[in-house]
Design a protein around this ligand. Structure first.
Ligand code: ADP
Ligand code: ZN
Ligand code: ZN
Length: 738
């Protein structure tokens, strides 16, 4: 027997002989091993991903030693999955491996992870608040100003969290240290090992008839141990989570285990509470705050069969449970389930693959399932549909008021608050109840536009519109952080008729201070959530210190589960409705339904106010009535008419580089390799045609992404992988089509 091994630097499988002293070949599958490579004398770390009887190479080198002497880091089904992922998602072998292995375990020199990293460097303000605020307004550096802003909201953040994705942040911290504005200090970080004693044990509730019907079907599928793919359509509060808990209980009694996926783990404390409340120590929570060592600890615990339920975000789909029996995707419509970096997998595809190879069931659940999935359930039979259409606790869906922004403007109200919304906020303040305001945009005034030539002012490196931030009086690029200040004339035509358009979160924050001077308000958007954990910190601040108002972008629509929140205001529904994407109606509908469905989760009845220029738009009307089926029936007609998913898949082949001629030529060659009849666009610059001085060209292919098509696409990426001057990547049904 010989071993096929994935190594870091070359995108192919390498054959190695297995010395008898290393044990049976089979025991090596999924283990990390050290092998001699090339002419170098050092050993390379690799992973045994397949075994074969013989090799086409004659003089094979042998595996030198084993890193994982006892258990491998991958179960057998994950070993197969790695190879599948490489071809299914057009990435390299190593990228596929990185995705299924715990972080850090593949970096040479780091193969033995430090397990007790309890101290971490943190940064906090060293000066008083007014000094910090003044500096944030006056500094020329956007990053320094952002950091101060963040520290004004959350006290301290781990250095690693803010610098991991942003190296220039390190210099910003240094500069502020030199000015004695911030200090860096060692902080003990909790081991994140959850204190299971903090959770109150719960018992199964007696299922309502609808729940019982769903449960009966699920237990039947579990007992049969055959792959089944369910779509659970259940309105918010219909008792979906209770159904998962009881189905998992049954699963465990059969000696099997479950993976429960949520879109964003830091925003779902209640979910964790309920799972640990029911299953105690047998729950493993994989969240982004785990250090590499802690993650590996959890990994070993899961591998050993000691865990019954793994709860986590997208990447937890790769949890190495030895007896997998069920995979749940909660809030299955969320775009977080699609990975945007290599391998660009859609979690449902991975879930189905694992479920098929282990005889498991998959449950995708949502109050607003993806249109494509609902179609696959009702028309194609790719899912079995289950429905819960009543709220469990007899609470009512909130009362939704739609306000016509045009009428407000006509009557002379130019503020971001309609009279209705203002009145509702005031009455909430008077009653001591909390309000969430949602705005799909950050910055102060969104952008500067020339009233003479109509050009918006753009980033010279990225070809996207710059956003104006009042706080530091600058136009900032949200793609590369480029910034300029004091623009008084149009760069295109020289006219000085430049005007601000659109309102961002900061502007609304300012309006709140003016309109409701005695209220307390906290803001959550990309600027205030640079650090990994700051979402949760801000939500905690909102809840624990009972701030009156939470204002934020998209992210406030998730994790809204506060009893005292009785009012939700959508400042403008128009922006997301009018985005140039075939999914903009679907996303707006689901956003509005989710936002509105969340107000009044406690005993008090919730209210929602939606402000819009298009009050008669069917998306708004149907969302107002929480009418998913009505929306589905309209939307599926549009999808069919314009041949959009689910009637095809949209394949984007993107080429990035410095020379547009090369990009165009590369794409032509790539398209030439697709030899079946399909709808292919000519190579064109992408809507965002430049990022960080690199050009971006693409072709779009509309066809069903069958195995045959995917195989051709994998050949394309492999053959262009080493081509200099151009980076080619392929994504199917990408979230972001810009
Ligand atoms: P969903 O996940 O669909 O939003 P949940 O499972 O959170 O719904 O249920 C909503 C509320 O109803 C929760 O407070 C839950 O405890 C309660 N609930 C669910 N099922 C039952 C039941 N069978 N009997 C009593 N209360 C229930
Ligand atoms: Zn102009
Ligand atoms: Zn830029």
């Amino acid at each position: 027997m010989i071993a096929k091994i994935i190594l870091r630097n070359v995108n192919q499988l390498f054959d190695y002989a297995i010395p008898p002293s290393l044990g049976t070949p089979k025991s090596l599958l999924g283990k990390r091993v050290w092998v001699p490579f090339g002419n170098r004398h050092t050993l390379e770390l690799g992973v045994v991903i397949a075994l074969a009887d013989s090799s086409s190479f004659s003089r094979l080198k042998s595996i030198a030693k084993i890193e994982d002497s006892t258990t491998p880091l991958l179960t057998n089904d994950l070993v197969d999955l790695t190879l599948w992922l490489k071809n299914f998602c057009f990435c390299t072998y190593f990228q596929a491996l990185q995705c299924v292995m715990p972080a850090g375990t593949l970096s040479t020199g780091n193969s033995k992870l430090k397990l007790n990293d309890k101290i971490a460097k943190h940064v906090r303000l060293k000066c008083d608040k007014p000094t910090a605020e003044a500096l944030s307004k006056n500094t020329k550096s956007v990053l320094q100003s952002k950091l101060i802003d963040l520290l004004l909201q959350v006290n301290c953040v781990a250095l690693a969290d803010i610098c991991s994705n942003n190296q220039s942040m390190r210099s910003a911290v240094k500069a502020l240290q030199n000015k004695e504005i911030v200090e860096v200090f060692d902080k003990k970080v909790s081991r994140n090992s959850i204190d299971y004693n903090n959770f109150k044990p719960t018992k199964p509730l007696k299922p309502f008839p609808q729940q019982q019907k769903v449960l009966t079907r699920l237990t039947q599928a579990i007992d049969s141990s055959t792959y089944t793919n369910f779509l659970l359509h259940g309105v918010t509060g219909s008792g979906k989570t209770e159904v998962f808990l009881q189905a998992i209980d049954h699963l465990i009694s059969k000696g099997k285990q479950a993976i429960v996926l949520v879109p964003e783990i830091s925003l779902t404390p209640q979910m964790i509470e309920r799972f640990i409340g029911r299953f105690g120590q047998k729950v493993s929570v994989l969240h982004s705050r785990l250090s590499e060592g802690e993650r590996l600890d959890e990994w070993h615990k899961i591998m050993s069969g000691d865990i019954n339920v793994v709860v986590g975000a997208r990447s937890a789909i790769f949890a190495p449970l030895p007896n997998l029996g069920m995979i749940v995707l909660d809030e299955e419509h969320e775009s977080a389930y699609k990975s945007e970096k290599n391998p660009k997998y859609d979690t449902i595809d991975v879930a189905i693959y694992r479920a098929k190879s282990t005889g498991s069931i998959v449950i995708s659940a949502s109050a607003t399932p993806l249109i494509a999935h609902y179609y696959k359930a009702t028309e194609l039979g790719e899912y079995e549909l289950l429905t819960l259409n009543q709220r469990s606790n007899n609470s009512h869906l909130p009362k939704v008021t739609v306000v016509d922004t045009r009428a407000e403007l006509a009557s002379g109200n130019k503020t971001t608050f309609s009279r209705t919304l203002k009145r509702e906020v005031e009455s909430n303040l008077a009653r001591g109840e909390q309000t969430i305001l949602f705005l799909n945009r950050r910055g102060y005034n969104s952008y500067l536009m020339c009233a003479n030539c109509g050009d918006a002012i753009k980033c010279p490196h990225c070809s996207v519109t710059l956003t104006y931030h009042k706080r530091w009086n600058k136009l900032v690029c949200h793609y590369c952080n480029y910034s300029i200040s004091g623009v008084t004339e149009c760069p295109s035509c020289g006219s000085n008729y430049i005007r601000y358009y659109g309102d961002g979160t900061q502007k609304v924050e300012g309006d709140i201070a003016t309109l409701f001077p005695n209220s307390s308000c906290i803001r959550m958007d990309m600027d205030t959530t640079m650090a990994k954990n700051s979402h949760a910190q801000i939500l905690g601040e909102f809840k624990d210190n009972s701030k009156d108002i939470l204002i934020g972008t998209q992210m406030v629509t998730k994790g809204l589960d506060f009893e005292n929140v009785t009012l939700v205001g959508v400042i403008s529904a128009d922006l997301s409705l009018n985005l140039p994407d075939y999914r903009s109606y679907e996303r707006t509908f689901s956003l509005l339904t989710q936002v509105c469905g969340r107000a009044g989760r406690g005993d008090k009845i919730g209210r929602a106010v939606i402000q819009t220029f298009q009050p008669d738009h069917y998306v708004i009307k149907l969302a107002r009535n929480h009418d998913y089926l009505g929306f589905y029936n309209q939307e599926i007609i549009m999808r069919k008419r314009f041949n959009n998913p689910p009637f095809c898949d949209i394949i984007q082949i993107l080429a990035v580089g410095k020379d547009e001629k090369i990009l165009e030529e590369t794409l032509r060659q790539a398209v030439g390799m697709l030899n079946i009849r399909m709808q292919v666009s000519v190579p064109k610059p992408a809507p965002i045609s430049v990022i960080e001085d690199n050009f971006r060209w693409r072709v779009l292919v509309k066809c069903a992404a069958t195995d045959k098509v995917r195989a051709m696409l994998a050949t394309i990426t492999d053959s262009f992988a080493t081509k200099p001057d151009v980076k080619l990547s392929i994504d199917i049904n990408a979230n972001n089509m810009l």
